[in-house]
Design a binder for this molecule. Sequence first.
Ligand code: SF4
Length: 335
Amino acid sequence: MNISALKEILTGQPNYRQQQVEKALYGDQIEDWSQVIALPEELRRRLAEACPLEIRADDTISGGDSRKALIVLEDGLKIEAVLMMHQGDRNTVCVSSQVGCPMKCAFCATGRLGLKRSLTADEIVEQVLYFARQLKKEHKRVTNVVFMGMGEPMINYDNVMTAIRTLNNPKGFNLGARRISVSTSGIPDGIRKFAREGLEVNLALSLHAPNNELRCKIMPVSTHHSLESVMEALAEYVQLTNRKIMFEYIMIKGVTDGPEQAHELVKLLSGWLGYVNLINYNQTDVFESSTRERIEAFKKILEDGHITVVQRYTFGEDIDGACGQLAARKEIKLD
Ligand code: SF4
C-alpha cells in the first residue's frame, strides 16, 4: 500500500473529496478504489494507478488467539504486526513504530536487530488496516491499538502522533483515544510533549527494573535518561492529564523477579496513579523465564504493598509474536 501521492491527486478537487476518501480508506477499509462509487470514475482510475491499496504480507501465522503478519514495505523492508484476540470481542493490534529499534534492551530480540529506519504515519496505520480488513470479513473490528511492537514510539514522535490522529478521526477509522496505548522505554522529553497533546491516549512505561543500576544493565536507555528523570517526566504527565500510567515489568528469572526487586518496586511506585503489568518473559538463549511460583511471590509483595497488579498472558507466544520480542527466537530478517 502506498498512498503518499494522495494529497497531490486530491489537489484541486472539492473539499468533500478528501473526506470521502478518508471514510473509504479508514472507515470502510476498502481494498480497491473501484469500491468507492461515490468518486468520479476518472478519479478512481488515477487513484488506482498512483495509490495501490494492496498490503503485501510475506507471511501470516495464526496461532490460537493471535495472528502475526510480516508486512512488506515499499522499499522491501519488513515489519511485524500482531493481532491479539481476547474474549468478549476485544481485538487488539500491536503495531511497530520503527523497522528494528535503536534502544538495545538486553531482553528484546528487536533491539538486537538495530534500527533500519522509522516508519511513516501511513506505514503505521497500514498495520492496523491489514488486520481491520481481515476482521471485517469475519464481521469483527479492531477495538484497540497498542504501540508495543518494534521501535521506540517517542523517537518517531510526529509520525506516531499523526497515525494516532488518523485512527482516532471519527470520520475515518473512529477508534477512541482511550483504546490506544503508547509504550515507551522512557524518553523524558517525549513524555512531556505527549502530556500536552490533549488526547486521552494511554501511556505505558517499559519499566522492567526498580532501580537505575539494574535498569542500566538491561535497558541502555537508562544510561542516557536516568530512571529518576523518567519518573519526574511521568509525574508531570499525571499532573497534567490525571491519567493512570501502566508500568510494564518483565519477569526474568534471577534478574528482575526476586523479592528484593519486588520490595524496591513497591517503594518506587507507592502513591502513583497507575498499576503494574507483570509480563512473562519468553525464554531466549540470553535470559530465562521466571517461574509461576516466583511470579506469584513477586505479585504478593506488590499487592501487600498496595500496588495494583495485572498479569498479562503472553499473547502470541506460540507464534513468536509476543510484544517487545517480535523478532525473538526465530530471528527475522528486516530486508
Ligand atoms: S523492548 Fe522496545 S524499546 Fe527495547 S529494544 Fe525492544 S522494541 Fe526497542
